[in-house]
Design a protein around this ligand. Structure first.
Ligand code: PLP
Length: 452
């Protein structure tokens, strides 16, 4: 039979292992990758010849190697890039993490009494101070924080009042109505897409209202004939009705983004709490510049309820995240910048100087390199309206398309992530750490030379 003879023509795994030679993949994973690729090849109508099979297997091995999480140079100009791990941590945070990781620590041990202690007391106290709230706690991410809050506050009264203008979808399929549903809550929509007023909320409040949820429109913005009640009006109504008011802030800007970087003002946890919101939640790895986490802050009674909810145990952070967050909190309390805030505020002149140095170092490659303008973004679904003027290296490749060149740069060590703009390949320096300039130059030089 034709199929059988085809099957016989596929080289054995052992033969292929010899043919591909040494690999940086652990052997069992190398074998698994080869097997998987062979299975794939077997499903093809026609089995390729031996050399092509070896080629395909080698490509599969490369794909597996590239899928390892590894450092990359972010030249996209998107500062909080969700695909690139969101907020990079500063060197102080990294060394604090390094010092903790390989040691025992007092994660749940009270060094004063010698007894079992709370799990994240210090971080919680620091976060509460940053948020100017009575209390705070931390879970795996902001989505988890929201689920926990909803589960706890709708355990008896199921209804959650949300404005139709805030039923948003955040990246990765996170939709507010779905989150409500999986948390066992019932959505009570009020207002319209563009306008929701205080009376809309007022009429919706009833015996089954568990909470009022306000969701920050972090990744889009509305202009024109729009209305939503002021936070203090809404909190007054909530208080008078005995209904908790919760705000999902998403981005987690702890400082004034307008003053710090000339961007649109993001609401801070402190101002929401000051306005009378009972609980806020936000991401740790967006504008806060920390590890992936979800922060819950607000009044002590509500935060206490969250921590006593059995679900809290399933959402708690591990020691590495707590260690990193603790260092970030110390850093922010000392008013020191994070890599994210540094990138947001770096001056165009500074970036242009760096671009010039890199360009000069590449003077002998044949590709034309110009210094261009870029529009950097905060990213991570925050501040959608704002672009930050930036500086790019614009590469006009002579014998490769810009997309091809982008692919070649992704293959360099470390991989460089750039973006094509028509026929030019752009590398935005705002998201490249100054200490990476030399490595970036080396990668560019190698890739561009290879084409000559
Ligand atoms: C980003 C975002 C979330 C999700 O945060 P994660 O930490 O990624 O889970 C939730 N709500 C809003 C408004 C957001 O912007």
């Amino acid at each position: 039979m034709l199929v059988d003879s085809n099957k016989r023509s596929i080289p054995a795994v052992d033969t292929l292992l010899k043919a591909v030679g040494e690999s940086e993949l652990p052997r069992p994973l190398l074998v698994a990758t080869i097997r998987q690729e062979l299975n794939q090849i077997r499903t093809a109508d026609e089995i390729p010849d031996r050399d092509s099979v070896i080629d395909l297997v080698k490509q599969a091995i490369q794909r597996t190697i590239r899928s390892r999480i590894q450092p990359v140079i972010n030249a996209t100009g998107i500062i909080v890039h969700t695909n690139l791990g969101r907020a990079p941590l500063g060197s102080e945070v990294v060394s604090a993490l390094g010092a903790l990781a390989g040691q025992y620590n007092n994660l749940e041990y009270d060094l004063t009494t010698g007894e079992r202690g709370g799990r994240a007391n210090y971080v919680e106290a620091g976060l509460a101070t940053l948020c100017q709230s009575e209390a705070a706690t931390i879970v795996n991410n902001c989505a988890a924080a929201l689920v926990l809050i909803l589960r706890e506050l709708t355990s008896e009264k199921r209804e959650v009042i949300v404005s139709r203008g805030e039923l948003i979808q955040i990246g990765g399929g996170f939709r507010i109505p779905d989150i409500l549903e999986t948390s066992g809550a019932t959505l009570r929509e009020v207002g319209t897409t563009n306008r929701t007023n205080l009376a809309d909320y007022e009429t919706a409040i009833g015996p089954n209202t568990g909470l009022i949820l306000k969701v920050h429109r972090s990744n889009f913005f509305m202009d024109g004939f729009v209305e939503s009640p002021l936070r203090d009006e809404l909190s007054k109504l909530a208080r008078e009705s005995g209904v908790p008011l919760v705000e999902d802030l998403g981005s987690g800007a702890l400082t004034d983004t307008e003053k710090a970087a000339g961007l649109t003002r993001e609401p801070t946890p402190a101002e929401a709490i000051r306005a009378g919101v009972d609980l806020v939640c936000f991401s740790g790895d967006k504008l806060m510049g920390g590890p992936q986490a979800g922060i819950i802050a607000g009044n002590a009674a509500h935060v206490g309820r969250m921590k006593r909810n059995p679900f809290f145990r399933a959402l708690r952070c591990d020691r590495l995240v707590l260690g990193a967050m603790q260092a970030v909190v110390d850093h922010l309390l000392a008013d020191k910048p994070t890599p994210v805030s540094d990138m947001m505020s770096a001056s165009v002149d500074e970036l242009r100087k760096r671009a010039e140095t890199i360009r000069q170092a590449l003077a002998d490659v044949s590709a034309r390199i110009e210094i261009g303008e870029g529009k950097a973004q905060v990213g991570g679904g925050t501040l959608p309206r704002d672009t930050i003027p930036s500086v790019t290296l614009d590469i006009h490749a002579t014998n490769r398309s810009a997309t091809r060149l982008a692919a070649d740069l992704r293959r360099s060590a470390p991989p460089v992530i750039s973006y094509p703009s028509q026929k030019i390949l752009k590398l935005d320096l705002r998201t490249v750490f100054p200490e990476q300039d030399e490595t970036l130059t080396k990668c560019l030089s190698e890739v561009l030379r290879n084409q000559e």
